[in-house]
Design a protein around this ligand. Structure first.
Ligand SMILES: Cc1cc2nc3c(=O)[nH]c(=O)nc-3n(C[C@H](O)[C@H](O)[C@H](O)COP(=O)(O)O)c2cc1C
Length: 176
């Protein structure tokens, strides 16, 4: 079975999950930039294609590259994974996953979430500024919920909540 994993990663968390999945599934893991240089035939020859992107404002970065191709890849096993700074139990994770694929796309592909983290050190400047502004907004929010308070505290520094165990549902889905 030939499996290809394509990923977009700014600070390394999505890349880490792509590498873990490539070990688990004996799959190629390539960046989106590399994928764009490949022929259509390279993807045609695959039995399974997985796209992984980091979460930005509730969306999966560059996921349209994958979703636009779903119609031509209908016969393959297709999965999308999103890596974000939110812990799994954050209700926004479910919403983001739901919005990652349309009703029609869901018939052919499945979306997953993997906890990543925040690395202010590796973020590009615009991302760092956006994240700091978001963190400050969450901390100052009136009527902040427990979830907001926790997120505000978490976002005040870099953290890593990634874990290899989060690839299990994706690997199981792709193998079966
Ligand atoms: C501008 C910006 C917006 C973000 N929005 C979200 C978000 O909506 N949900 C989330 O869980 N994480 C969000 N994050 C956090 C990243 O998704 C997280 O750091 C992720 O692990 C980065 O993956 P990477 O290391 O592969 O780039 C955001 C980060 C930045 C810089």
């Amino acid at each position: 079975m030939k499996t290809i994993i394509v990923y977009s990663s700014q600070t390394g968390f999505t890349e880490r999950y792509a590498k873990w999945l490539s070990e688990e599934l004996s799959a190629d893991a390539i960046t989106l930039a590399e994928a764009k240089k490949q022929s259509d035939q390279y993807f045609e020859d695959a039995d399974a294609i997985i796209y992984g992107g980091w979460a930005m404002g509730g969306k999966v970065v560059n996921s349209e590259w994958f979703t636009q191709r779903i119609p031509q890849w209908k016969g393959k096993k297709l999965a999308l994974f999103c890596v974000g700074g939110s812990p799994n139990e954050n209700p926004e994770v479910e919403t983001a996953l739901y919005n990652a694929l349309t009703e029609e796309e869901r018939a052919y592909a499945k979306a997953f979430y993997c906890q990543g983290g925040i690395s202010y050190e590796k973020m590009k400047l615009p991302s760092r500024l956006a994240m700091k502004a978001f963190a400050s907004m969450v901390r100052k929010k009136k009527d902040a919920t427990e979830q907001d308070k926790m997120m505000g505290e978490m976002l005040s520094h870099s953290y890593d909540i990634s874990d290899r165990k989060f690839i299990t549902p994706i690997a199981t889905y792709v193998k079966n």
